[in-house]
Design a protein around this ligand. Structure first.
Ligand code: ADP
Ligand code: GLC
Length: 486
């Protein structure tokens, strides 16, 4: 598996969770997995297992491979090349990406393949995630096509987010050892630029994305970000597999970041988390505040996540029967807005900016409602964590949010959350108000909480689906036909 993030080594979003947990679930099904990712700055000791010089367009990098056991049958190989990876952040500072990202991720791809090609028994499958790993599949079918350890390996590419396309000026082609014959519409050219995402799509046997609904959406102009045609062309080899959640890490019954454990039959103990959360964010623990439903958010603060919609509603949010808690990092304009709300209503809005794993857990535990009004959402993990934590999701019915949440039915009081379809402030507000009103009916509320907690979103079923994708990819590879239907 080639990825730019994997828990516990590196994470900026859901990719890190998925690339950390899926390998463990594959191992439980009997497979051997090596996860290759950069060794970023930080305390990551590990064991040095190999050292290789890797030359890209005449520039030689001295690369060390550092191994960490992740579980039985699963190891991480961290690619150590300080001149490229020993930096304060993973991809760039603030909103500006490191200018040498193409070579940083080309080296990741080359290092992963060089490592896999040692000896004669290479991997059966190279599974690459998002644009950062797209070149692994391009090189697999070009520079490495005759390397004995790798020549039979099938390529699987997973799209976690189509809006990040790895677009760079074409001048990078020779600088990454990519021949100009690859710079065509069936290769990696995209409107005059090079797209590493397109490389992953066009050089893999099978493409997956992270929910069935998103697999359909990305083949339409509304959600395709210009890639709908490219994906439709490969529609027969494209499928959606819902992400799972790692219930060893995200489980209120043994979450070290919660003051007291709780489960479906001990929901009253969730109260300790509510109090701890309010307290952590500086909200007063008055009877009035304690009685109000707490609406939580843990999110990258970008348009994708619906922050423009929330901005339209900002003033109205303060008039609702709710306390808002937000943990986020991202665009400055949204931080300013939410800081302003918190300054105006310090007993109604608590905010924390930055990346804070313990607080993310405490929000899942301490909030009553979890809000995800996304414009688009390939899968989304937080709504599944929320189900597990008895924190009722209010979501827009797109992508994985639509696939994982059953809308509340007022007649039967069934459902696991609240969904709205239109991307409008009114639709969001109306859905949120339904949730806030139901919170005031404790018996009905408990039933919705418990219905969500009873859902099984652990990785086992999804990992089995990946195994069947790997098998099909191997078959296609043997047939030497990437466009046959599977
Ligand atoms: P995305 O990958 O699009 O950001 P997901 O819902 O798939 O969305 O996953 C986001 C993951 O990142 C979750 O595990 C969430 O808890 C975590 N996360 C997001 N923002 C923060 C933050 N500021 N601090 C801590 N964890 C965060
Ligand atoms: C992306 C998507 C998110 C998904 C995650 C993991 O970051 O935005 O919806 O859950 O990848 O697949």
């Amino acid at each position: 598996m080639v990825t730019s993030e994997a828990v516990p080594f590196a994470k900026t979003g859901g990719l890190g969770d998925v690339a950390g947990a899926l390998p463990l679930a594959l191992a439980r099904l009997g497979h051997d997995v090596t996860v290759v990712l950069p060794r970023y700055r930080g305390p990551q000791a590990g064991t040095l297992v190999e050292r290789l010089p890797i030359t890209i367009a005449g520039r030689t990098f001295d690369v060390a491979f550092v191994e960490h056991a992740m579980a039985d049958r699963v190891r991480a190989i961290l690619v150590d090349c300080p001149e490229l990876y020993d930096r304060p952040e993973l991809y760039g500072i603030g909103n500006s990406d490191y200018p040498d990202n193409p070579v940083r991720f080309a080296l990741l791809a080359r290092a992963a393949l060089e490592f896999g090609a040692r000896g004669d028994q290479g991997p059966d499958v190279v599974h690459a995630h998002d644009w950062q790993a797209g070149l692994a599949l391009v090189y697999l079918k070009t520079l490495f096509k005759d390397r004995s350890g790798l020549s039979g390996a099938a390529g699987v590419f997973t799209i976690h987010n189509l809006s990040y396309q790895g677009l760079f000026p074409p001048g990078w082609m020779p600088a990454l050892d990519l021949g100009w014959e690859l710079f065509g519409i069936e290769g990696i050219e995209y409107w005059g630029k090079m797209s590493l995402l397109k490389g992953g799509i066009n050089f893999s046997e099978i493409i997956t994305t992270v929910s069935p609904r998103y697999a359909k959406e990305i083949q339409t102009p509304e959600f395709g970000f210009g890639f709908d045609g490219i994906l439709k062309r490969r529609g027969k080899q494209l499928c959606g597999i819902l992400n799972g959640i790692d219930v060893a890490v995200w489980n209120p019954e043994h979450d070290p970041y919660l003051p007291e454990p709780y489960g479906p039959n001990t929901l009253a103990a969730k109260d300790a988390s509510r109090r701890a959360l309010l307290d952590t964010l500086g909200l007063p623990l008055t009877p009035e505040v304690l009685a109000r439903p707490i609406v939580g958010m843990v999110s990258r603060m970008v348009v994708q996540k619906g922050f423009d919609l929330l901005a339209d509603l900002a003033d109205e949010l303060l008039t609702l029967d709710a306390t808002f808690v937000l943990l986020g990092s991202g665009e400055a304009r949204y931080q300013t807005l939410w800081q302003g709300l918190s300054d105006r209503a310090p007993d109604r809005v608590g905010v924390r900016f930055g990346f804070d794993e313990p607080l993310a857990h405490l929000i899942e535990g301490g909030a009553d409602i979890f809000l995800m009004p996304s414009r688009f959402e390939p899968c989304g993990l937080n709504q599944m964590y929320s189900l597990k934590y008895g924190t009722v999701p209010v979501v827009r019915a797109v992508g994985g949010l639509d696939d994982t949440i059953d809308n509340w039915n007022p007649r039967t009081n069934s459902g696991t959350g609240f969904k709205f379809r239109d991307y409008t402030p009114e639709a969001l507000r109306s859905s949120l108000e339904k949730a806030l009103a139901l919170f005031r009916k404790p018996k009905s509320w408990r039933a919705v909480q418990r219905a969500g907690m009873a859902k099984d979103h652990s990785w086992d079923a999804s990992a089995a689906e990946y195994v069947s994708v790997y098998e099909k990819a191997i078959t296609l590879r043997r047939m030497g036909n990437r466009t046959a239907s599977v």
